[in-house]
Ligand binder design. Structure first.
Ligand code: SF4
Length: 291
């Protein structure tokens, strides 16, 4: 079980390895917090291209964000498309978030954030119904500049496979707290972006594409090509064939035993060797007579 210090060191090694592969990404300022919140929810388990396409479809279909707020989840889901990752859940959560904020601040611009502090902003969004901690953390980080490490399903999956967190045992908020302690504030945004990138490129939902992952040599969950081949071979060989191989040894042993027995039978019963015969000829008889 790695200690907290081990995890800090491993996270830094992960950051450096990913930065070598993907490079640094400049941090773009958030000009529209509502759109940013919608994108944050859409981006979970979806590729950047799919998110761009979804935002474009939402813009075309709905008059503005307020129209999206008052729309039915079913309609939003249809606009996102049947294949959009977790479309049903996102279609329910997005209008729910927009509606709760609108009812409290009568705003679809969220300019009230300008007067809120970092802790207050995060706490405000965390208290809203159906808003997950990673959404609150992202808004606080990107709109107010708070130190946060949002953990959505992608980050949890990647860091779970890398044995930094345990998504099966730790709640989302606990994983965020751990990562916010382990990663310095000036590195948190960069590392988070790199992990999201890895989640999209290699460490995908389902079977990860470890062959092209920059962390495959150090990742405890990496699928090694050798192991994969052996597993495939074992799957290909029918169970009956595998079973049939074992008795083959027995057959060889039985054959050997038969050959031995046959050789024994073939030996003459008279064990007098030529050497013994000669010795007997030299031995004088007891009665002194010659043979
Ligand atoms: S080696 Fe495989 S499991 Fe590990 S982080 Fe990379 S893609 Fe994910």
């Amino acid at each position: 079980m790695p200690t907290f210090t081990d995890k800090v060191k491993r996270l830094e090694r992960i950051r450096l390895a990913l930065r070598r592969r993907y490079g640094d990404e400049p941090r773009a300022p958030v000009t529209h917090p509502v759109e940013h919140a919608v994108r944050t929810i859409l981006a979970e388990e979806a590729t950047s291209d799919a998110v761009e396409k979804a935002v474009e479809q939402l813009r075309r279909h709905f008059i503005d964000w307020n129209d999206l707020r008052v729309s039915r989840p079913r309609e939003i889901r249809e606009v996102l498309g049947a294949t959009f990752p977790r479309g049903g859940y996102k279609a329910r959560v997005i209008p729910r978030l927009l509606d709760q904020v609108f009812k409290q601040h009568n705003s679809m611009v969220w300019d009230f954030l300008e007067t809120m502090g970092k802790v207050e902003t995060r706490g405000y969004f965390e208290k809203l119904e159906e808003v997950r901690p990673f959404v609150a953390a992202t808004i606080a980080r990107d709109c107010i500049g708070a130190h946060a490490f949002p953990v959505d399903n992608d980050v949890a999956r990647v860091l779970g496979r890398l044995a930094i967190v345990d998504p099966a045992a730790q709640p989302e908020a606990d994983m965020q707290r751990l990562l916010e302690r382990a990663v310095k504030s000036n590195r948190a945004f960069g590392l988070h972006r790199l992990i999201k990138h890895l989640a999209e490129q290699s460490c995908v939902v389902g079977t990860p594409l470890c062959g092209k992952c920059p962390l495959r040599r150090t990742c405890p969950s990496a699928l090694r090509p050798g192991k994969r081949k052996a597993r495939k071979k074992a799957k290909r060989t029918p169970a009956a064939k595998r079973k049939a191989k074992k008795p083959a040894k027995k057959k060889v042993a039985a054959k050997k035993a038969k050959t031995k027995a046959a050789a024994k039978k073939a030996k003459p019963k008279n064990k007098t060797t030529p050497g013994r015969k000669r010795a007997a000829a030299r031995k004088p008889r007891r009665d002194g007579r010659k043979k």
